[in-house]
Design a protein around this ligand. Structure first.
Ligand SMILES: Cc1cc2nc3c(=O)[nH]c(=O)nc-3n(C[C@H](O)[C@H](O)[C@H](O)COP(=O)(O)OP(=O)(O)OC[C@H]3O[C@@H](n4cnc5c(N)ncnc54)[C@H](O)[C@@H]3O)c2cc1C
Length: 312
């Protein structure tokens, strides 16, 4: 362990839209923020291609390019962006202790958690290969690219039902692939998909392979009961089997829901620990969009600034 302890006013953990937006606001407020990027500099948008729904880009923009813009804007006002993974925290002490890469110790008056969430995947080779080429974990983000086309969605929870209904508004047909003969979703959500003539539910069905060389052309499915193998033709394949918030290292100190999403005080980004704020997908299982993540990143910086002012 490096014995030099660095003292900072604002430490931002994560470099997605939430973290960089928090950095822009904190830096412009003169708080000299330090931001650690984690293992995915730029966050989730670096694994997608076109982003068409972020305001300010009338012609759309590639995800990685957009996140480069975010980084440059944060650095322009003095944010120190560092590559490193926060491996441990101790929020019982004030200031809060944060350990980076198991060796650097930082004492931070405020910590802004913007570590995002990761989509869960089926684990198929074809799914990984075709990710971003027709395979997606976000219907709201990518559904529009399949306007008027046939698509499939895997999942049986409320989110899967909601995304299937969303896709049915845009696409010509939606196959909903459900592993069991029942769904986990609430009755009202189930009814909504079952009553939608554009959605065909394939019960007791699992995906063996997503088909296509450079882009999705279909999927090979197996019926768990009859063991019959069949193929569907689709150009989009959506996976909606849940997300995992990247919040494990904070569990001991921060209140979370049963899935690991950080609980914030409504209308703010405050957590149960004074001086620790959470923004972006790490605390949002509902909207999960770049613009909402950026919005709460702004809130976190303003909340931190006000908290620091209250200590003076
Ligand atoms: C394929 C795909 C396409 C998408 N398309 C769109 C779209 O078109 N429009 C849209 O609005 N949204 C889209 N989204 C959703 C959008 O990407 C997310 O809502 C948004 O990125 C969330 O931002 P965030 O800052 O909360 O977290 P993330 O972007 O998830 O970033 C989290 C950051 O935290 C860092 N991190 C994690 N753990 C640690 C740690 N221990 N220490 C340090 N850093 C850490 C990671 O390295 C990463 O930089 C898409 C998502 C995916 C997966």
């Amino acid at each position: 362990m490096n014995t030099d302890i660095e003292k900072v006013k604002v430490l931002i953990i994560g470099s997605g839209p939430a973290g960089y937006t928090a950095a822009i606001y904190a830096a412009r407020a003169g708080l000299n923020p330090i931001l650690y990027t984690g293992g995915q500099p730029g966050g989730q948008l670096t694994i997608t291609t076109d982003v068409e729904n972020y305001p300010g880009y009338p012609n759309g923009i590639m995800g990685p390019e957009m996140m480069e813009d975010f980084r440059k804007q944060a650095e322009r006002f003095g944010t120190k962006v560092r590559y490193g993974l926060v491996t441990k925290v101790d929020f019982n002490s004030t200031p809060h202790k944060v350990i980076v890469d198991e060796q650097v110790e930082i004492h931070a008056e405020t910590v802004l958690i913007s570590t995002g969430a990761s989509a869960k995947w089926l684990g198929l080779e074809s799914e990984e290969r075709l990710n971003g080429r027709g395979v997606s974990a976000c219907a709201v983000c990518d559904g529009f690219f399949f306007k008027g086309q046939d698509v499939a969605i895997v999942g049986a929870g409320d989110t899967a039902c909601e995304e299937a209904s969303y896709l049915a508004n845009i696409c010509s047909k939606v196959y909903m692939i459900v592993r069991k003969d029942e769904m986990r979703a609430s009755q009202i959500m189930q009814k909504r998909v079952m009553n939608n003539p554009k959605i065909e539910i394939l019960w007791n069905t699992e995906t063996q392979e997503i088909l296509g060389e450079d882009e999705v052309t279909g999927a090979r499915l197996i019926n768990n009961v009859t063991k019959d193998v069949s193929e569907i033709k689709v150009s989009g394949f959506f996976v909606a089997i849940g997300h995992e918030p990247n919040t494990g290292i904070f569990r001991e100190f921060i209140n979370m829901d049963e899935s690991g999403y950080i609980k914030t005080i409504p209308g703010s980004t405050k957590t149960n620990v004074e001086g620790v704020f959470a923004c972006g997908d790490a605390q949002d299982h509902i909207y999960r969009q770049a613009v909402t993540a950026a919005g709460t990143g702004c809130m976190a910086a303003l909340d931190a600034e006000r908290y620091l002012a209250s200590l003076e």
